[in-house]
Design a protein around this ligand. Structure first.
Ligand SMILES: Nc1ncnc2c1ncn2[C@@H]1O[C@H](COP(=O)(O)OP(=O)(O)OP(=O)(O)O)[C@@H](O)[C@H]1O
Ligand SMILES: [Mg+2]
Length: 316
């Protein structure tokens, strides 16, 4: 199955799709583009961000998400989940009443203690995701825009961490259900994003290995920002010749040489990613997204990326 078809299959069938990758590789624009694709496929997706900084919506005709689930663009739901709220809900699930949880949470020391306890913040977040998946899963996927790479791993490890400490009881059972959800290839998929650059590709390959280890069901890898040589017809020696000419030609030659070096690096890293993933156990397909010049208009960029993700028979 091509990467594009696989992506489509995942969008229509999964309840939870977690988007992850190194900082700045395009996780948020890809998540937004996936939401547009899901909407085009007749679904009502929910974009889940956690403690995201305030910014303009990445969705066309969109508005920033608040801390409750609401429509953030036509046919698309969104929430910017505050981790404090999630922890409060999580505490409430283990205490005799909501009032006791609120009381506990009002206490600064108790709050700090809760937040510092291993896995609590992560469990609280995946707990929220699981609850939302139950509520909204039938309408469309929850698209989780995760923080940088380590976040996916700590979310995946959180239920196991809790289960080791508790061994029984309500929270143990809950952690078990959540671990099952995160590892269930029928309900969940992890989509990883990388740029065709050395560090992001290396980090993605490490992430891929860890996801395999943790039995996380993997969707396609999105290779974002692929850059092709803008003038493949101009040979290197022509550029070298131009660089010895008058100033304007010299500058043009320098620009072209720079763009070619960028394109070569992009091709090299794409090749490396394909070779390594192809030799891995799960062999996830790669969906390529070109580098798109968009003048800082992110909603338009997202619309174009959604178009690329939906291309039938595109490079995969
Ligand atoms: N295919 C693309 N072509 C051109 N620019 C892109 C492309 N993808 C992303 N960008 C730009 O790269 C920047 C980073 O994208 P984005 O915010 O989605 O990354 P991120 O992985 O979510 O970052 P963070 O780790 O900070 O959350 C944005 O300014 C976006 O406009
Ligand atoms: Mg982001």
């Amino acid at each position: 199955m091509s990467g594009h078809a696989r992506l489509e299959e995942i969008l229509v069938s999964r309840q939870v799709i977690l988007v992850t990758g190194k900082g700045g590789v395009g996780k948020s624009v890809v998540t937004a583009a996936l939401a547009l694709r899901a909407r085009t496929l007749g679904l009502k997706p929910l974009v889940f961000e956690c403690d995201a900084p305030a910014r303009l919506s990445l969705l066309p005709k969109g508005r920033p998400a608040s801390d409750v689930v609401e429509e953030v663009a036509p046919g698309i739901l969104g929430i910017n989940q505050k981790s404090d709220d999630a922890i409060r809900d999580y505490a409430a699930a283990s205490l005799p009443s909501r009032a006791v949880a609120d009381l506990l949470f009002e206490n600064r020391i108790a709050r700090l203690f809760l937040k510092a306890s291993p896995s609590v913040t992560e469990m609280a977040l995946v707990g929220r995701i699981a609850i939302l998946a139950e509520k909204h899963g039938a309408d469309g996927p929850i698209l989780v825009d995760l923080h940088a790479t380590g976040h996916a791993i700590s979310l995946l490890r959180a239920p196991g961490g809790i289960m080791k400490v508790l061994r029984t009881g309500v929270l143990y059972e809950r952690a078990k259900r959540i671990e099952e959800l995160l590892q269930d290839p029928v309900r969940t998929a992890f989509i990883t994003v990388a740029l065709p650059e050395e560090l992001p590709v290396t980090e993605l390959l490490e992430l891929h290995e860890k996801l395999e280890e943790l039995k996380a069901p993997q969707g396609p890898v999105i290779l974002n920002g692929i850059f092709k040589d803008p003038a493949p017809g101009i040979a290197d020696d022509v550029i070298a010749h131009l660089s010895k000419g008058p100033l304007a030609a010299k500058n043009a030659a320098k620009d072209l040489a720079g763009l070619r070096a960028w394109a070569n690096r992009s091709a090299r890293e794409e090749e490396r990613l394909r070779a390594k993933l192809g030799a891995s156990k799960t062999k996830p397909p790669i969906v390529g997204v070109p580098f798109l010049f968009e003048d800082g208009k992110n909603a338009e960029l997202v619309e174009r990326i959604a178009g690329v993700l939906g291309e039938r028979g595109g490079a995969s």
